[in-house]
Design a protein around this ligand. Structure first.
Ligand code: I3S
Length: 136
């Protein structure tokens, strides 16, 4: 039997619009100027139309949940217009390869992945998207 390999990640570029998705570790760290307790979880992360969406880890959804759609429900949606993305300084996390995303409205997220090329691709894609949004 041959099974379709599951999609690990993808990246597309059409008319300067970047679309990308893949698995990342993420946590929200602040909201409305208030520091939050970290809660690192894995997310299927989608960049599309200038919006970054972190989906819930299907493993965190109770088994037997009747609606399959719920299993990939968005957890956080981040408008990238006016956002900034930088490599997180050492004091932000003990993990390696951590990106810090700050939204225009002041929410802060950390995004992390052990494979450097994976996280570097996200850094580039998000940086390019933010720059594109500044032009329009
Ligand atoms: O920046 P912090 O508060 O040291 O972050 C760590 C904690 O959130 C820890 O959980 P507790 O809230 O139970 O202490 C997490 O397990 C760690 O992963 C957090 O730090 P890193 O360095 O992994 O981002």
């Amino acid at each position: 039997h041959r099974r379709n390999p599951s999609v690990q990640s993808y990246e597309l570029q059409q008319h300067n619009i970047l679309e990308k998705a893949g698995i990342l570790n993420k946590t929200k760290v602040s909201e409305n100027g208030k520091k939050l307790r970290k809660n690192w979880t894995q997310s299927w992360t989608v960049l599309h139309g200038g919006i970054l969406t972190f989906h819930k880890d299907p493993k965190s959804v109770p088994a037997g949940s009747s609606n399959k759609i719920n299993q990939i429900a968005p957890e956080f949606t981040v408008e990238l217009r006016g956002a900034t993305i930088t490599w997180a300084s050492r004091d932000k996390s003990s993990k390696k390869n951590v990106l810090e995303l700050k939204t225009r409205t002041g929410a802060e997220f950390l995004m992390q992945y052990d494979t450097e090329s994976t996280i570097s691709d996200w850094h580039r894609a998000i940086t390019e998207t933010i720059q594109q949004l500044e032009l329009h």
